[in-house]
Design a protein around this ligand. Structure first.
Ligand SMILES: NC(=O)c1ccc[n+]([C@@H]2O[C@H](COP(=O)([O-])OP(=O)(O)OC[C@H]3O[C@@H](n4cnc5c(N)ncnc54)[C@H](OP(=O)(O)O)[C@@H]3O)[C@@H](O)[C@H]2O)c1
Length: 248
């Protein structure tokens, strides 16, 4: 058994997974609208609950313009106030139009509906998908995600988006409290087959004080339920070891 750092999940499993392979994604130049500064990257948050609220807030505090959304945007006043001057609120459609990056944090069973109702708006956007299939909450779609892979299932219901599985592996509370911590940063696993989207996700992770660990989309299942790395907020070197990634 490996020792893992205890942050906010006292019940987290401590299981050593078999080392996998790491495919190095080619480096592509970043396109204009999604360049390197927070000012160039606008984030629309769909699902502004515990996870979307916490991660959207750390983006806003890192200097990114963030539009939180809800089907009841008038209920987001307190969240917007606490996230500061870079934050605003709107409808789901407005947040999707606003963002060149979308943070998706709705119950997994809502993915098909969100994808269907916003197909045109989401097309071509980078979507950071933090949604996890949870049996007690999400019903039938959990079987599909477990059988076919959570990354593959999200991509199926979000056709045409540039998908990165991100910010789903541990709690919103940990994202809110452990960024820029002293010592070795916590690793955040990211899964995507889109090299450019991955680079942008990696920068976002670094800008909020964590260290990204990129893997191909097919490996998203390893850090979503019921995968061995789900709920584990590990120092980046430990996370890489668990994923079988050799540090250079
Ligand atoms: N909580 C965590 O720490 C955590 C950590 C990692 C991953 N996640 C994952 O992140 C997702 C959100 O979890 P959460 O804990 O933040 O849940 P939550 O607090 O219940 O928030 C979910 C939000 O999704 C919105 N929503 C629900 N159905 C929707 C739909 N059909 N269309 C648009 N928006 C919809 C709701 O917003 P309105 O009702 O205001 O529209 C709600 O505020 C889940 O998939 C969860 O597994 C959560």
């Amino acid at each position: 058994m490996k020792k893992s750092l205890t942050l906010t999940h006292p019940g987290r499993r401590e299981i050593l997974i078999a080392g996998g392979t790491f495919a190095t994604l080619p480096l592509l130049s970043l396109s204009g609208a999604l360049a390197q500064t927070p000012a160039d990257t606008k984030i629309g948050v769909v699902g502004s609950g515990r996870l979307g609220g916490a991660v959207g807030t750390i983006f806003a505090k890192a200097g990114y313009k963030v539009m939180f959304s809800s089907r009841h945007p008038e209920e987001l006043k307190d969240l917007v106030a606490s996230a500061g001057p870079n934050a605003s609120a709107g409808t789901v459609q407005q947040a999707i139009a606003f963002g060149n990056v979308i943070l998706l944090a709705v119950p997994y069973k809502a993915l098909p509906e969100v994808g269907r109702e916003n197909a045109a708006g989401l097309k071509g956007k980078i979507v950071l998908d933090a949604c996890n299939p949870i049996p007690a909450r999400d019903g039938e779609i959990v079987k599909e995600a477990n059988a076919n892979g959570v990354g593959e299932t999200s991509q199926k219901y979000l056709p045409g988006v540039r998908l990165v599985r991100a910010f789903n592996s541990f709690s919103g509370r940990t994202f809110a409290t452990e960024g820029h911590r002293a010592g070795e940063p916590i690793g955040v696993p990211l899964a995507s087959d889109d090299a450019e989207a991955m680079k942008i996700a990696e920068k976002l992770v670094r800008d909020v004080g964590f260290e990204p660990v990129p893997v191909p989309l097919a490996r998203a299942r390893e850090f979503a339920p019921p995968g061995p790395l789900f709920t584990r907020a590990l120092p980046v070197s430990e996370l890489k070891k668990e994923l079988g990634i050799i540090s250079q």
